[in-house]
Design a protein around this ligand. Structure first.
Ligand code: TRP
Length: 465
């Protein structure tokens, strides 16, 4: 690694030399739209309680070991994922070039859908602030508002590009650390708001049946159980940012004082709490205001607008909520951008500014299909499209890239041609706290990849058949 990159890395390492800083950074990247936007709508579309049960199970069975592995690879190599795959193995490093490609494309695909949805959150923030949403209360009105946004490619593109500009701008000027300091407070604000609102939502009339749907697993009527399991797995990977080296980079910034199993548990707990709280909010609102739970990607927007509009001071509360949510999404975007920029600086020797510019342009342009998938594309496509481009990109990242990347990381940590199990175990267990049990080797090396592969196959099967 050459001079400037080394400086970047060590600067970044300094910032997270405190444990709290590291945890906030990792949790800040993990907590985002996945928790507040994707989780409730996936749960709603997949039968509620059973999906949530599978999701929690997969967090433990898949999320926990893969997170430990990603963090360990980062902490041992002090490199980004691409560098780690190159530097850690003693033998046959060329074998590990492919995972680097999966990770890079994964980050890019994630960005080109994430920016559009973040743009929606910004739009709702501005529209709450200006009072444009104040009059909506029935399901039809709330849904129409969302549909009219989808039919407005100009407005959607504007907010999407604004998102890309803010994200890449902050990275270009190296302002990330300053921003991190502020976002810590704002993230805490989001948690407080989520907690208070969900407590309030629990007392809405009809909230009880909402909670029953959300938390009581029941056998699905017409949705198939495999679809539910596949969806829950992709949600577990997505929400924890696993599989494409996002957490790996945070591992590379942390010190060896604490065992990585402990850190993983803490990150997973924060992330899960955020998701569960927003689920309470959304399903209480849906059952209270008669909104269908399988409303798709707009669900959180129209159900929460419903809540805010029934509350005194809802306009202010709504704008603050969507502001915090936009910021949570932006912190995630900044960390993903950093990942892409690090790759370009590392592998292609770009300067930081140049890498940020290239990312602004590439991500900005490649995000347009997602925006147009809701409007222009539907009109010119001779048959119309049943699913949107957002849906397709989401599938590509969540059902393909993340499981594939995770399997590769698992192999990397368990195989002798990779980093080897012994070295992984030594790294993950360095520091105080919970041990990663050595006897889990058979689980990690055999069952874990088979399980992921099975669910990965299910993702493909469910999409095409
Ligand atoms: N976990 C983030 C969220 O819930 C999204 C995210 C950030 C991500 N980086 C990632 C997902 C890397 C997968 C891989 O919003």
């Amino acid at each position: 690694m050459n001079g400037p990159q080394e400086t970047e890395m060590s600067q970044a390492r300094e910032t997270t030399s405190s444990r709290f800083g590291f945890l906030m950074l990792a949790a800040g990247s993990a907590i985002g739209l996945g928790n507040v936007w994707r989780f409730p709508y996936m749960a709603g579309a997949n039968g509620g309680g059973l999906f949530v049960l599978f999701y929690l199970l997969f967090l433990l069975l898949l999320g926990f070991p893969v997170m430990c592995m990603e963090l360990a690879v980062g902490r041992a190599s002090r490199r980004n994922l691409y560098g780690a795959f190159r530097d850690l193995p003693e033998k046959r490093p060329s074998l590990w070039r492919f995972p680097a490609g999966v990770a890079f494309s994964g980050n890019l695909i994630l960005m080109i859908m994430y920016t559009t949805v973040t743009g929606w959150m910004l739009t709702y923030f501005v529209d709450f602030l200006t009072g444009r949403l104040a009059a909506l209360s029935t399901e039809a009105e709330l849904k129409n508002q969302f549909t009219s946004l989808m039919n407005n490619p100009g407005k959607m593109s504007f907010y999407m590009i604004l998102t890309v500009l803010i994200g890449s701008g902050i990275c270009a000027f190296g302002l990330r650390r300053g921003v991190e300091r502020i976002t810590k407070i704002l993230m805490a604000g989001l948690f407080v708001l989520l907690s208070v609102l969900s407590l309030y939502a629990l007392f809405l009339p009809g909230a009880g049946s909402g909670m029953k749907f959300y938390l009581m697993p029941s056998l699905p009527g017409d949705t198939n159980i495999f679809k539910i399991a596949g969806g829950a797995m992709s949600q577990a990977f997505f929400t924890l940012s696993l599989g494409i080296g996002a957490l790996e980079i945070f591992g590379s910034y942390t010190d060896k004082k604490n065992s990585l199993a402990t850190e993983s548990i803490l990150i997973i707990s924060c992330d899960t709490l955020a998701a569960l709280l927003s689920g309470i909010l959304v399903f209480a609102a849906c059952f209270s205001y008669g909104i269908q739970v399988d409303g798709g990607p707009g669900l959180v927007l129209f159900s929460l607008t419903g809540i805010f509009n029934h509350l005194p001071g809802g306009r202010i509360l709504g704008s603050v909520f969507f502001l915090f949510l936009s910021i949570a999404a932006l912190t995630t975007i900044i960390t993903v951008f950093e990942n892409l920029i690090a790759f370009m600086m590392d592998e292609w020797h770009f300067s930081r500014r140049k890498a940020a510019w290239v990312n602004f342009l590439v991500v900005g342009v490649l995000s347009l299909p997602c925006v147009f998938g809701f409007n222009i594309w539907r009109h010119i496509h001779p048959l119309g499209t049943k699913s949107t481009i957002l849906d397709f990109e989401d599938w590509l990242i969540s059902d393909i890239c993340l499981p594939l990347g995770s399997i590769l990381i698992v192999f990397f940590c368990c195989r002798d041609s990779g980093w080897t199990w012994k070295k992984f175990l030594a790294e993950v267990n360095t520091g105080k706290g919970l041990r990663f049990p050595a006897w889990l080797k058979w689980y990690a090396a055999v069952i874990l990849p088979v399980l992921i592969l099975y669910l990965f196959g299910l993702g493909i099967f469910n999409r095409f058949f």
